[in-house]
Design a protein around this ligand. Structure first.
Ligand code: NAP
Ligand code: MG
Length: 488
């Protein structure tokens, strides 16, 4: 790289020509119905809500709002499909259907990726290279388990639970739907799934795929709506299991509602992960990992590395490198292939993030944001870094769910383990060091479900995912992800 280019890069003046992904190959309908019993049906009360593109604030489509009666229709369709067809379909056949869904997602991956970015605001590079491939990979992976349950759980003769109610958030819409539906089908359950209000489109596209895959009617039902629809699913008497991914606050409400019932549950909730950099870490790699850990998907990631702990001796060097790298991040059009940071998912979420930016400054931390152009319409937040942060600051304790990093320092390994574990959450963590012994020491003492070493935010269907403490209970992914859908 010539000196001139090097200087330009670190002064943030890269001027890349726009490289927008085409939208010619996608079709978004004006209005979407509920997917119940294998058919798209109108909501009983005739109510619809709008979904918008958060990068432009333009309306994309009208989405049906499911009422209590619609939830009941969906649960009845799922129950009928479970007792009538799915529980007696051979495991090998079940596997074939799941495999077919995986293939169809793969075939339509360009369409899925663009719709995901339009509806949710995430950069196309992420929906194209992360969300959609991982969603397909989950269906492929669980298709393989369907006829091997007796090997997975020898001498236990597992059987399905029945009807699973599944409620998912807006940060990885199709991926979360895949994490929920694939293991449920592999274990012989039927499903009623509700996507988040702001990101229903790819779940509805998935409903079209499920129809195309010829899945028996009622095995998967996808109903749209807001929190009230989610609550109607949770409280429906004929649901056997609730699989929820979302905030700790709503997770607690759900746990209270199902307490004392026979409903089983898995809860994948919030996080406040520690990303720990030791003085012997490869610093340039660590900087990339820190950036990926918190600015990936606008920080709308439950396992985001939102608390950075840097060993004192390398603090100045690391911070300089990190700020330089932040300067080169491109914020803007999610459909542009060069974009690093897309739109914040909703006006409400931008309000939450801005509240924390003010609070961080008010509590005495120093805020840094690189100079970057931000579009005038839509919801945006520049990548943000806070230094001079103490453990008691709200930005160090609470989940912000935005591109906001709180930096703290440490001297010894015991000190950083104590600081990192000082949180009600326990979903994930990261460690950067040259020494395997430090990695093992740390991973055995960190109270976090996932600990990444010298990398961050990597997901794989074979690997279980889930948290401790207020980050929830139960695991999704891998062999572990099958058990919560089975009775023994
Ligand atoms: P949220 O507000 O808790 O919503 C999650 C889902 O629950 C949405 O579909 C929502 O519907 C629905 N819902 C809202 N109130 C409900 C109620 N009373 N009963 C039943 N369902 C209800 O969370 P979010 O803002 O969408 O997502 C962000 C949160 O998810 C963060 O805290 C993040 O850490 C967490 N998350 C965790 C994981 C994990 O694996 N641990 C993964 C991703 C995200 P509406 O959207 O229509 O309100
Ligand atoms: Mg939207």
């Amino acid at each position: 790289m010539s000196k001139k280019i090097e200087e330009l890069k670190f002064s943030g003046e890269w001027d890349l020509a726009p490289a927008p992904e085409s939208t010619n190959h996608i079709s978004v309908k004006k209005e979407y119905q509920l997917f119940i019993g294998g058919k798209f049906v109108k909501p009983k009360k005739g109510k619809y809500f709008s979904t918008i593109n958060p990068a432009t604030e333009k309306k994309l489509s009208s989405i049906a709002e499911a009422s209590k009666e619609d939830v009941d229709r969906a649960v009845k369709a799922a129950r009928k499909a479970h007792s009538g067809v799915w529980s007696s379909t051979s495991a090998k056949e079940r596997g074939k259907y799941i495999y077919r869904i995986a293939r169809l997602i793969q075939e339509k991956s360009r369409e899925f990726a663009v719709i995901e970015s339009l509806d949710g605001g995430k950069p196309i590079r992420e929906s194209r290279d992360v969300d959609i491939p991982i969603a397909a990979a989950h269906f492929f992976y669980y298709a393989g388990w369907a006829d091997k349950l007796n090997y997975a759980f020898p001498n236990q003769n597992p059987s399905s639970l029945g009807v699973a109610g599944q409620i998912i958030p807006w940060n990885f819409p199709l991926m979360m739907a895949a994490w929920k539906i694939a293991p449920a089908l592999a274990t012989g359950n039927t499903v009623v799934l509700k996507p988040a209000e702001t990101t229903s489109l790819t779940a509805l596209k998935l409903a079209e795929v499920i129809q195309e895959a010829d899945l028996p009617p009622g095995v998967v039902n996808i109903i749209t709506g807001a929190g009230a629809t989610g609550s109607d699913i949770v409280n429906h008497k004929d649901i056997d299991k609730i699989a929820f991914t979302g905030s700790t606050g709503v997770g607690k409400i759900i746990m209270k509602s199902i307490a004392g019932t026979a409903k089983k549950s898995t809860m994948e909730l919030g996080g406040k992960a520690a990303n720990i950099v030791f003085e012997d870490a490869p610093l340039d790699q660590a900087v990339e990992g820190i950036i990926n850990g918190i600015y990936f998907n606008q920080g709308h990631v439950c396992c985001a590395g939102s608390r950075l702990f840097v060993q004192e001796s390398i603090y100045d060097t690391l911070l300089r490198k990190l700020k330089d790298r932040m300067q080169s991040l491109i914020v803007g059009n999610p459909l542009d292939k060069n974009t690093d940071i897309g739109a914040i998912n909703s006006k409400e979420q931008l309000g939450v993030i801005n509240k924390y930016l003010s609070l961080g400054k008010k509590e005495g931390a120093d805020m840094f944001q690189p100079s970057c152009d931000i579009p005038s319409k839509g919801f945006w937040c520049a990548p943000t870094l806070f230094t001079n942060v103490s453990q008691s600051h709200a930005i160090a304790k609470e989940e912000i769910f935005g591109p906001v990093l709180a930096v703290q320092t440490f001297r010894t390994i015991d000190e950083v383990i104590t600081k990192a574990n000082n949180t009600p959450f326990g979903l994930s963590a990261g460690v950067w060091t040259d020494k395997g012994s430090k990695v093992f020491n740390l991973t055995s003492k960190m109270r976090a479900g996932v600990v990444w070493a010298n990398t961050y935010n990597k997901f794989d269907p074979t690997s279980p995912f889930g948290g401790y403490k207020e980050s929830g209970h139960g695991r999704e992914g891998g062999l572990h992800g099958l058990a919560p859908y089975l009775k023994f």
